[in-house]
Design a protein. Structure first.
Length: 279
């Protein structure tokens, strides 16, 4: 499974909540996995998407293993508020992600790869003139070795998360996910670099929060995360597939680019607690 956000990627995927395969035969190449989760907030690439309010999330993946690799398709969704909080939409409360790609191992080694396409869909009413649609397209490539992954995501299309003239914007992230022996605990550390290109025609921004004249100047930033999760099946077999976790995230996002209508920089330090279940 793949998800845009760091939290979906670093929490659901890298923290091991990938779902349970459903098939008529254990040897079948067809699998279907799902997950649901309750989060104290939704944080994506270090930015709170719900203004520190709770988020309800879930998705499912379908995959087919054809020997050297697997082809997969999936979808994932969450409630959001960031598009209305930043005055891009007059009404918007949903993020719906759709993705597909190929993944596998290099031969019989522990080196892995994952390449694919991801579409972020934000239905709702865009604010006339000033507002911009949040819909975003990315192609991505990931390399991994055991508990370490590196992924590069490249923006396709003129608009990138409601920033105009941003074709070619990219995001690079490095993640380490380490099981702590047989304790049921898993530790995660992450670093990401979001690099914007182009110049939105709504710039420059000149305010008491600062001045910026380009997308890079306004919106580029780095983010980082540390977290720990616990496999609840260690407490009871009846809790199989249930994970409890906590993450701390922070960024160097500029106030001028990321302060919402509640006068909060959505990239400042955040704690996120969650309970998720593989279906």
């Amino acid at each position: 499974m793949f998800k845009k956000s760091l939290i979906a990627g670093a929490v659901i995927a890298t923290l091991g909540v990938s779902g349970t395969a459903f098939a008529d035969d254990a040897a079948s190449p067809w699998t279907f996995t799902g997950n649901i989760g309750l989060y104290s907030q939704y944080v994506f690439r270090g930015l709170t998407q719900t203004n520190e309010k709770p988020a309800y999330q879930g998705g499912f993946d379908f995959s087919y293993n054809f020997g050297p690799a697997s082809f997969y398709l999936g979808t994932w969704g969450s409630n959001i508020t960031w598009l209305t909080d930043s005055l891009q939409y007059t009404s918007s409360s949903l993020e719906s992600d759709w993705y597909g790609g190929f993944r596998g191992n290099f031969g019989k080694s522990d080196f892995t790869y994952d390449v694919g396409y991801l579409y972020y869909w934000y239905p709702g009413e865009v604010l006339p003139i000033f507002g911009e649609k949040g819909d975003t397209q990315e192609v991505y490539a990931q390399l991994g070795y055991k508990w370490i992954t590196a992924k590069y995501s490249y923006g396709v299309g003129n608009s990138y998360f409601a920033v105009r003239d941003a074709d070619g914007t990219w995001y690079l992230n490095l993640t380490a996910t380490v099981p702590l022996w047989d304790s049921g605990f898993t530790a995660t550390a992450h670093w990401g670099d979001q690099k914007y290109t182009g110049t939105d025609n709504r710039l420059p921004i000149v305010s008491t929060l600062g001045t910026c004249t380009s997308n890079d100047d306004c919106f580029s930033y780095t983010d980082w995360l540390v977290g720990v999760s616990y496999d609840m099946s260690k407490l009871s077999k009846g809790l199989s597939g249930v994970t409890f976790g906590v993450n701390y995230t922070n960024t160097d996002a500029k106030d001028v680019g990321y302060t919402n209508i509640f006068n909060r920089n959505i990239g400042k330090d955040e704690w996120t607690f969650y309970l998720s279940k593989a279906l």
